[in-house]
Design a protein around this ligand. Sequence first.
Ligand code: ADP
Ligand code: MG
Length: 231
Amino acid sequence: MRHELEQNEKLKIVSQLAASVAHEVRNPLTVVKGFLQLFKENADESKKNYLQIALSELERAELIITDYLNLAKPHSEHLETVYVPDFLHHTVEMMYSYGLIKNVEIKLVISFADKELYITADKTKLSQVIINLIKNGVEAISKSGTVTVSGSRDAHTVVIEVADTGAGMSEETIANIGTPFFTTKESGTGLGTLVSIRIVEAMSGKISFASKPGKGTTVTLKFPAVTPIDK
Ligand code: ADP
Ligand code: MG
């Protein structure tokens, strides 16, 4: 117990420190990104490729920074009623080309579209969660495969799933999910799932991981279903 408290205190200090650095680094990154985009528009084909690689790497840095910021501040400031099918559509669209490069098809399946799929959420934070989960799915696939994002609901719960046909996780890995800085990847941060768990829990949601080595992983998010007022 005492050990756990000390760990929590340490994590708090580390995450606050990291968040303040992340915040400072984000502004210069945005400036560099803007100029690269400008150069890319006017560049000839041979240079366009290199500029695109530079831009993708910047995006990767931005995602890592956002994870660090969310680690210190998982709580949402902009809660709104979100229509899950449109939200998932936008998020999956953003990740589509990332999947293509890695030979992974990212699919979206909306069941019960006739029923109302509304939740209360912070869109920016929830999309960071979905992006983290899709990225993990894509990274778990070695040659080619599929990441399926789905939205459905039962009586009182909206269910979002991110399922991949990747390598799956050993029991040891599953047991370590959500441990700060736990990663099995060469250049992983070990923050994506921890941040995702914190964000989902801060929005009154639940998150669970099911995985079979060699078969793949399914991450399930559950949120209380809401009825929009102006309907
Ligand atoms: P990172 O992706 O930077 O390693 P995460 O917190 O996102 O950090 O994930 C931690 C670890 O959990 C990963 O290194 C990987 O071993 C495991 N993991 C998470 N999601 C999946 C998945 N979909 N398939 C297989 N392993 C996963
Ligand atoms: Mg990750």
